[in-house]
Design a binder for this molecule. Structure first.
Ligand code: SF4
Length: 423
């Protein structure tokens, strides 16, 4: 096997449990070669493929670019999904015959200098609940898969920018990543404090000038900055401040994007959908009255319902959040090519916002079920909903979304939102 050096996240297990969620949620884009291969497989209604639904849909963008996607049944499922929730292509021709997008999910492979780091998408419920074989036990399969997705030239790709003004080589860049991961991994420190420390550390990194320090000196500098962070970020220094009205408005606008469900069926109703989204955006900006229901997971709740106390983060919830943040950080799934080419500092601020976003959505799920306390299941479901978009929906890389994140970061509202929705 070729020399791809793979680095796996240290604390994640996964196996497919055939929930078929991914075969409902995602539009599967296929290449010309995959289209030809599926056509050669000669699927007919006798195989259970609905006669009324095309197996492959080809569309053209405004610029004339062709795009092939797998067809969806009226219930939103892929045309190749059988009644038992299994893939017909896999059953008839074996796993390698499936489109690459299906074979890779929920993994993501990101070049990291001389090696390739692996991350996972938490839109898969088995990833959220850490169910299945350890990734170590699957390393040979993952290396084979990496050969299909990682370009041969990956060792020549530069590290993501640290900030718009700062660039480092891979080795120094990965020292920053290690420092943040180490902060998130601190034993016996509550999850919220670890996240606040990581935000503080990243903020200091963003203000630092690295032209004259690298290698061992950079690592010494990072040790000092980590110590300064631990001394500064204490529970006394971060009392439970309420986010400002402006901060909450920006946060709601951003959370509305995470609460959406852009499935094939929803996108097919594009114009009606746009009008609904516009009205929803106005309601989220005002933050008064009933929350517009953006997908069927949520029930009736008012904006003010979600602002009370729902109980603190339990150990089980903290385990999920710790694993999520560490997998995303170790897997570089928050900046650079894996995240809309956003620099390290801004990418981590965006990632940190996932905590209040998930807690807000979890509160909405709890209120939908007539409860005022959160369960681990609320948090798991909310994380799967939010991470479906994080790094994948184009809107999250747009100028307006990125400005919102930078504004919340510069006004220190991210820290307040983290504290506010952790109670
Ligand atoms: S091709 Fe198979 S694995 Fe891919 S979405 Fe369809 S049913 Fe699911």
């Amino acid at each position: 096997m070729s020399g791809i050096r793979l680095q796996l996240p240290t604390l994640q297990n996964w196996s497919c449990h055939s929930c078929s969620g991914c075969c409902h949620q995602h539009d599967i884009e296929i290449t010309d070669a995959e289209k030809e291969r599926i056509e050669r497989q000669n699927w007919t209604p006798a195989d259970g493929i609905p006669a009324s639904t095309p197996a492959i849909v080809t569309t053209r963008s405004l610029l004339g670019k062709k795009r092939h996607t797998l067809g969806h049944r009226p219930d939103g499922g892929c045309v190749f999904l059988d009644d038992a929730g299994l893939c017909r292509i896999h059953a008839k021709f074996g796993e390698p015959a499936k489109p690459l997008a299906c074979r890779v999910y929920p993994y993501a492979f990101h070049p990291a200098g001389k090696s390739v780091v692996v991350s996972l998408r938490y839109s898969c419920p088995s990833v959220v609940s850490n169910k299945g074989r350890s990734l170590d036990a699957q390393s040979d399969d993952l290396r084979r898969l990496a050969l299909d997705v990682v370009p041969d030239s990956y060792r020549r790709l530069p590290a993501p920018d640290v900030s718009p003004q700062q660039r480092l080589d891979w080795s120094d860049f990965l020292s920053l990543v290690d420092a943040v991961d180490g902060m998130l991994a601190k034993p016996r420190v509550p999850f919220l404090m670890r996240l606040l420390c990581a935000l503080y550390l990243v903020d200091l990194i963003g203000q630092s000038k690295f032209e004259k320090i690298s290698g061992a000196r950079l690592r010494e500098f990072l040790d000092l900055v980590v110590q300064a962070t631990e001394a500064e970020v204490t529970e006394e220094n971060f009392p439970n401040q309420e986010p400002t009205a402006a901060g909450r408005m920006q946060f709601r606008m951003l959370t509305a994007q995470y609460a959406r469900k852009d499935t094939h069926a929803v996108l097919a109703r594009r114009w009606r959908n746009r009008w609904t989204l516009l009205r929803s955006a106005v309601a989220f900006a005002k933050g008064k009255g009933t929350i517009p229901i953006l997908q069927e997971s949520f029930g009736t709740a008012t904006f003010s319902d979600l602002e009370g106390e729902f109980g603190s983060v339990t150990e089980e919830m903290a385990e999920i959040f710790t694993r999520y943040f560490r997998v995303k950080v170790q897997g570089l799934h928050f900046c650079g090519a894996a995240y809309y080419d956003v620099p390290f500092v801004e990418g981590f601020q965006s990632l940190a916002l996932m905590f209040p976003v998930v807690m807000w959505l979890a509160r909405w799920l709890a209120v939908s079920d007539n409860r005022r306390t959160l369960t681990t299941d609320d948090v798991s479901r909310a994380l799967a909903i939010a991470d479906h978009h994080h790094g994948y929906s184009p809107i999250f890389g747009s100028g307006s979304f990125r400005r919102r994140v930078r504004l919340l970061a510069s006004t220190k509202e991210i820290e307040k939102l983290c504290c506010w929705y952790a109670r």
